[in-house]
Design a protein around this ligand. Structure first.
Ligand code: ADP
Length: 214
């Protein structure tokens, strides 16, 4: 919903039933300019229109509005840069990298930057309490490998990724783009990104409201 639509709802809430003409007057706009906004608001169930009476607020609840805002957040709005290592990187170097990058999950890629696996803190700890020589043990041996890696796309809903993290009991997903014979890692979504979205929502519960250009 854009700012003008928000304002229309407020006007109708306070003054409804109110004609389109009167809403336009209050906004110093023409009725024609408002028509698309009114159509959207009527179709999405926020407003109802009665002939010769005008528009009135249907009372779509604020919880519903919040739910809509949450569902409108996409992975691409919140993902971070990917943190990746090549699959021949040693476990030792991966541990150092995990500290320097300050992440809990590292994605593993091949020579062509295609996703091959994922290593988490526990994978590295498990390898560390074994008897192997960490500097000669490649991460590829200990990682969770494709096709068992759960990933997501930039256009997916952030809340669906949240559900996946909970269902699979993992902390992060690679954000990928399909390329020929594989998946290119373009980003990372972790519980931290989802927490950030939650905090942003509390500051602006109606989501990003962009002005439309008529
Ligand atoms: P931690 O090791 O810090 O508890 P996770 O709970 O994310 O981190 O990882 C638990 C296990 O799940 C590890 O073996 C890890 O390799 C695996 N894992 C983590 N992320 C994914 C993912 N996106 N897809 C598949 N497996 C994953």
């Amino acid at each position: 919903m854009n700012k003008r639509q928000e304002t229309i709802i407020e006007i109708v809430k306070e003054n409804g039933p109110i004609t389109g003409e009167h809403i336009a007057e209050k906004l110093n706009l023409t009725r024609a300019t408002l028509r698309p906004d009114l159509a959207i608001l009527t179709m999405s169930g926020y407003l109802d229109a009665r002939p010769r009476v005008g528009y009135f607020y249907t009372g779509k609840k604020s919880e519903t509005l919040l739910t809509d805002s949450i569902r409108n957040i996409l992975v691409k709005d919140y993902y971070s840069d990917p943190v990746v290592v090549k699959d021949n990187t040693s476990v030792y170097d991966a541990i150092v990298f995990m500290f320097t990058e300050d992440v809990g999950t590292i994605f593993v890629v091949d020579e062509e930057s295609k996703l091959t696996g994922v290593v988490s803190r526990k994978d590295l700890l498990r390898a560390s309490i074994g008897k192997q020589e960490l500097s000669s043990l490649p991460v590829a041996i200990i990682m969770t490998r494709m096709p068992n890696v759960t990933y997501c796309f930039a256009e997916e809903r952030l809340v669906d990724v949240g559900k996946t993290l909970i269902d699979r009991e993992i902390d992060a997903l690679p954000v990928v783009a399909k390329i020929e014979k594989g998946l290119l890692v373009i980003g990372r979504i972790s519980k931290t990104n989802i927490t950030k979205a939650l905090v942003d929502l509390s500051n602006n519960p109606n989501g990003d409201m962009e002005e439309t250009n008529d």
